[in-house]
Write a protein that binds this ligand. Sequence first.
Ligand code: CP
Length: 328
Amino acid sequence: MPRLYPESPTQQPWSFLDTRPFSSEEIISLFHKADELRQNQESLGSYTQNEAVGKVVFLLFLEPSTRTRLSFEMAALRLGHRVVVMDAGAGSSRVKGESDVDTVLNVMAMGPDALVIRYNRSPELDQLLPRLPIPVISGGNATAAHPTQALLDAYTLYRSRIERGIGGAGDLRGERVLIVGDINHSRVARSNFDVLTKLGAEIGVCGPPKLLPAVGEIPNVKVFRDLDEALLWPTVYMGLRVQLERHESGETGSGSLEAFHERFGMTAARLAKLSSEALIMHPGPINHGVEFAEGVTEDPRSRVLVQVANGVLIRAALLSKIFEGRAR
Ligand code: CP
């Protein structure tokens, strides 16, 4: 641990590295902030009239990203902030062997007002980030957590319930979310287990046995072995990408990707079995022909691009609260 920062964590109340310290009330309050920004956009043409806020948000993405990085960028710009972006590409001194910790320390020395960071497994960064003296937001941490993805997923369900006239209290009671695919390597699944259950939804998982948690390993999560039987259960179907880059064996846990698709992919036949009221979600990126057959995202039940749009709103809501000093 570098001695620049305190030895004991000084987790700032306005940082957001994990959903677990946040209560359901705090999460719903964030949804209300996102609703406020949405209404401002509709009536004023912008999230805020205070366009000269002038904060500098540093986006440090040490793993690839499209949706998370760009939606944080969009959110910050729409709020009137400025952004500096460093991504996982070849244009940084990481290619010369600079460590992730040194990269963060150098970014900090430049004085950003907030840091959004995505990184692969790093116990050193796990220790350092909560000690930084500025707000730090996780943009996804290895297989451990993707807190803002879980927020935008829950917000998408919350909005769909409002649109259907069943969302009065803001919680997700009555929803049964079936998460299908590579659960064990999914930070999205992990954060969703926390947020969705906190808001009252039930969760089931289905996928190749090698890619599933053991029964009982994750409390209150149903484990389904057979997708065709599981399909009768959910109000929400959430597909997940097979994360080959995180597999030690480089395998899908179900033989080939074709075999995975046959047993655990959303196919035309399975679309027909799924309730006509169910929603279809996926955090992206999607491997068409693997977890979803071609055409699934065009199904009227798909909310995949709504999730992306809501990602900008929910990240803007989080940045707003953080800069107001009241994320908690
Ligand atoms: N859902 C998600 O995290 O997508 P990106 O990897 O493109 O950010």
